[in-house]
Design a protein around this ligand. Structure first.
Ligand SMILES: [Zn+2]
Length: 224
């Protein structure tokens, strides 16, 4: 799996700082399991955060040392290759169980695809909605090939990890392993690519807004 769509830098920083809602953190964790590039970005953000704290501490103690520390920090960042990530990550099993959901989803959806209790929301479209511990929503969708999602913008940001299948929208093709980490002002209408149903899971920190008659028709069904 070689993801082509990655976490937004702001999400990487928020994650490294532990300043992210648990619902979004679960989606980030799934992406990090699949993506070495974003794991390295998180490790680098954590390292920079640690060095800044160190810098701040010494700054309070001795103003004169600051410039030296800053130079030292920059030098260390240059010297240490980004690949030298120190965050331990569980290696994927050599033969992953195709029925097994990613571990970060287990508290919300259980451990197996075959155990999911899908709810119907239209022809070829199913969903499961779970309320997270901080009041955000985790939404898993299973959409059949060739089906469209309704056009929607995002009330306050949305982060979606693609678990199976693939979809296409104005931003490109998103396949298993990719993450769509979108701003609130992006509107898009994914179309599921032929072959297999697309299963994706999203953390929503605000209600979705669906414009038009479809919006009015779907919103009560979604309940979001
Ligand atoms: Zn990534």
């Amino acid at each position: 799996m070689n993801p082509r769509h990655h976490l937004d830098p702001a999400t990487v920083l928020a994650h490294a700082a532990g300043a992210i809602a648990p619902e979004a953190a679960a989606i980030v964790a799934i992406h990090l399991e699949a993506c070495g590039e974003c794991r390295r970005a998180v490790a680098r953000a954590e390292r920079i955060g640690g060095l800044l704290l160190e810098h701040q501490h010494v700054h309070a103690a001795a103003e004169a040392q600051c410039e030296r520390l800053r130079a030292d920090m920059l030098e260390r960042l240059d010297r240490e290759p980004a690949a030298a990530a120190t965050t331990p990550w569980r290696e994927a099993a050599s033969e992953p169980d195709p029925d097994r959901l990613p571990t970060p989803l287990h508290p919300y959806f259980g451990s197996k695809y075959s155990g999911l209790r899908w709810r119907w929301m239209g022809p070829g479209r199913h969903f499961i909605r779970v309320r997270g511990p901080s009041g955000g929503t985790l939404l898993m969708l299973r959409i059949a090939p060739g089906k469209r999602m309704p056009v929607h913008g995002h009330g306050g940001g949305e982060i979606t990890q693609i678990l199976r299948g693939a979809y296409q929208d104005s931003l490109g093709c998103f396949a298993a392993g990719d993450v769509a980490d979108l701003d609130a002002d992006i509107e898009h209408q994914p179309v599921i690519l032929p072959g297999a149903a697309c299963v994706c899971v999203a953390a929503l920190d605000a209600p979705l807004r669906f414009p038009g008659w479809l919006a009015r028709a779907l919103q009560p069904v979604f309940g979001i």
